[in-house]
Design a protein. Structure first.
Length: 589
């Protein structure tokens, strides 16, 4: 009886389990559940997101991180299924824009003003520089002003002269005095002879009263001022009218600023100039251009602009260096389109910007060619291609262009990245007129870049010697220093800019290290300097000052640049043939 009961229980349990499994199966097949997503499905979908590098599109990863090549943050690769209204535009999400540090601004019209930077020196006012001459021929017996820089007052005795001719003239005066009543004209003529030697009436009366001829006479200062040059020594014989001192009145001085040919159209007589002097930190001076040279110096290729300044307290001393700035208005333009330099990308003669548009499906950027006008410091005048009220990218343009390349859309490859030769794709001298963007970077990166600069100086000195083998060796050492630069220390636009410069620097350095012809090495050296200049301007050096120098005759009269640790000109493009040919164009600290 017990065995029978257990069998029935087992049968009941089995039937219950069967119906339970059947109901569960029907529930899972319910149409109401077909759109639900399990956690496993969500994980699978997230794994379908591809992450890539904007500068190395061959990198593909299933999760965010750093690029294994350059260390940049990886960005999400947009799905190809996302359709856009304009097939030529690149679509970016708000998240992607934030990751790439992309910012935009509205295009506005304004009155363009260019800030022209000037360098010059304090000089004496030529109209207030006097030659103090001796009006008496004779021998210098005593100099009462023995050094330059001493101040003299008008009428002050500054020298004593022994003059035999003056002794003879005094004796003639005594003889004429004896017959003054009968021959007054002869007596007056003897007096006038002494007056011609700048003897005052009082001195002549003293001679007549003494009755004795004086052998030495005092030379009095004709003007007040500082002695800037002493031309004689005691015992020297001087002729009548010969200069013995140069005296300058420094109550007014001149500021002479260099105006380069490219800036001459911006500078006009009457422009206001604000300037500072390195030895007077914190003080700002102002003046007005009173004169512009009508011709330029054939050696330095600059003209001088003159400012007259009242020298209160004699703070300004001749030969002091000064730095000035002029706010120059662009002639014949009032409502011009002006955009930041960071918004513009260049490729040879072509300049482009990215114009933003908003659609229902997101944010689009369209590349557009523009014609650039004059550069205004940190901005450009746009001659054509943009209108007021349009919105453009002003930061992160490199990232937008990289995204366009990844998506196979029209993009602009920078000349430094695409170029491998000195043809149309190489970095041109015209690009040097476009000021590179400055970045705040870590002290470690500046130190590493300074080490590269130190190796550069070795290579530059080897070029001066005009021997290809030392140049090759120095280029190899410079290349090794470049490998020690940690580009992962840079982020965003700074990282992209460094990679742009680095591409040219590495390629030219590699060619220099392999070429056996010094002239071909110098061709690569000229291109190296254009990219290296942008790198130093963008990131700076660590506690180091360098001088950017230029020779207009280098590179077959096209002109070329180089860097030097000193202001002295030692031309690496000609060596001993034209060692001193060149000029300092800029000081980078």
């Amino acid at each position: 009886m017990k065995i029978k009961v257990n069998t029935q229980t087992i049968i009941i349990v089995a039937i219950s389990l069967f119906f339970g499994v059947l109901m569960g199966y029907l529930i899972t097949k319910s149409p109401n559940q077909k759109n639900s997503t399990s956690p496993n499905q969500k994980i699978a979908e997230s794994e379908n997101q591809i992450w890539t590098c904007s500068m190395h599109p061959q990198i593909r990863q299933n999760e965010p991180g750093d690029c294994p090549i350059c260390g940049m943050d990886l960005i999400p690769l947009e799905s190809e299924e996302d359709s856009e209204i304009d097939p030529m535009a690149i679509s970016m999400s708000s998240t992607a824009m934030q990751l790439a540090s992309i910012s935009t601004a509205m295009v506005e019209s304004m009155n363009p003003v260019k800030i022209v930077r000037l360098n010059g020196k304090v000089q004496s006012d030529e109209r207030m520089v006097y030659s103090q001459s001796s009006h008496i021929p004779g021998r210098i017996e005593k100099l009462l002003v023995n050094f330059t820089g001493d101040y003299v007052n008008q009428g002050q005795v500054i020298a004593s002269i022994y003059s035999p001719e003056l002794v003879t003239a005094q004796e003639e005066l005594f003889e004429a005095q004896k017959i003054a009543e009968t021959q007054p004209q002869l007596f007056n003529a003897a007096k006038e002879k002494l007056k011609n030697w700048k003897l005052a009436d009082q001195q002549i009366e003293q001679i007549l009263q003494s009755g004795t001829a004086r052998e030495t006479f005092d030379v009095q200062a004709d003007v007040s001022g500082y002695v800037t040059k002493k031309m004689v020594n005691p015992g020297d014989y001087v002729r009548r009218g010969e200069a013995i001192y140069e005296i300058a009145d420094l109550s007014k001085v001149w500021l002479l600023f260099d105006i380069y040919e490219s800036d001459m159209s911006w500078i006009n007589k009457g422009d206001k100039v604000e300037f500072t002097v390195a030895s007077l930190p914190g003080e700002m001076f102002t003046g007005t251009i009173s004169y512009l040279d009508p011709v330029i110096d054939p050696k330095t290729r600059v003209a001088k602009a003159r400012i007259e300044v009242a020298n209160r307290g004699l703070k300004l001393k001749p030969e002091m260096f000064a730095s000035g700035r002029v706010e120059a208005n662009l002639p014949n333009q009032t409502n011009a389109i002006v955009v930041p330099k960071t918004a513009v990308m260049w490729t040879g003669e072509r300049s482009v910007v990215y114009v933003k548009s908003q659609t229902d499906k997101g944010i689009n950027f369209m590349m557009r060619d523009v014609n650039l006008g004059p550069a205004l410091g940190d901005s450009f005048v746009i001659e054509s291609g943009l209108q007021g009220g349009e919105e453009i990218a002003v930061n992160g343009t490199f990232s937008i262009d990289a995204a366009a390349q990844l998506a196979g859309k029209p993009s602009m490859m920078t000349p430094a990245t695409a170029g491998h030769t000195h043809g149309d794709e190489a970095m041109s001298h015209k690009e040097m007129d476009k000021e590179p963007q400055s970045f705040e970077v870590s002290a470690d990166f500046k130190t590493q870049l300074t080490q590269v600069y130190n190796k550069y100086l070795v290579m530059k000195d080897a070029f001066i010697e005009s021997e290809p083998h030392p140049v090759m060796t120095a280029a190899g050492e410079l290349s090794a220093a470049l490998q020690n630069v940690d580009m992962a220390l840079l982020k965003g636009d700074a990282h992209i800019a460094w990679m742009e410069y680095l591409d040219v620097i590495e390629k030219t350095t590699d060619k220099i290290s392999k070429l056996m012809d010094i002239e071909k090495q110098r061709e690569e050296f000229a291109q190296f300097n254009l990219a290296f200049y942008k790198a130093l301007k963008s990131f700076g050096l660590s506690n180091t000052t360098t001088y950017y120098q230029y020779c207009p005759m280098a590179e077959k009269d096209k002109g070329a640049y180089w860097f030097s640790a000193t202001e002295d000109i030692r031309n690496p493009y000609f060596g001993d043939a034209m060692l001193r040919c060149g000029e300092n164009r800029e000081t980078i600290e």
